[in-house]
Ligand binder design. Structure first.
Ligand SMILES: N[C@@H](CCC(=O)N[C@@H](CS)C(=O)NCC(=O)O)C(=O)O
Length: 106
């Protein structure tokens, strides 16, 4: 990985879905990134080249990383958005996991 600020490209569909919390982190932390929104008709072809065949994917200096919550936690840690201590970090995880449970019930 390069020194200084990495380059970021967030690849997702034109939706909030599983990418919006990553966009929030970028916005809150004031980080520049490319917000690439894939039209549905391009997806079948692109899917073959994505890790695990799903989106979102965050390219960090060109390296594709999948799993939205892993990406969000990585960015949150890097930009001091995981609370003041271990307890608050756990509370952040409680919130994320609870939201995940609610999503499964949709
Ligand atoms: N656990 C993954 C789930 C990713 C996921 O389910 N992505 C869906 C969109 S929300 C997807 O890529 N669907 C298209 C497909 O599977 O072909 C994450 O949180 O990133």
């Amino acid at each position: 990985m390069s020194e200084g600020q990495p380059t970021y490209k967030l690849i997702y569909f034109n939706a909030r879905g599983r990418a919006e919390h990553i966009r929030y982190i970028f916005a809150y932390a004031g980080i520049d990134y490319v917000d690439e929104r894939i039209p549905k008709e391009r997806w079948p072809e692109l899917k073959k080249s994505m890790p695990y065949g799903m989106l979102p994917v965050l390219e960090i200096d060109g390296k594709p990383i999948s799993q939205s919550n892993a990406v969000a936690r990585y960015l949150a840690r890097k930009h001091n958005l995981t609370g003041r201590d271990e307890w608050e970090a756990m509370m952040c995880d409680v919130l994320v996991d609870t939201l995940g449970d609610l999503k499964q019930c949709e």
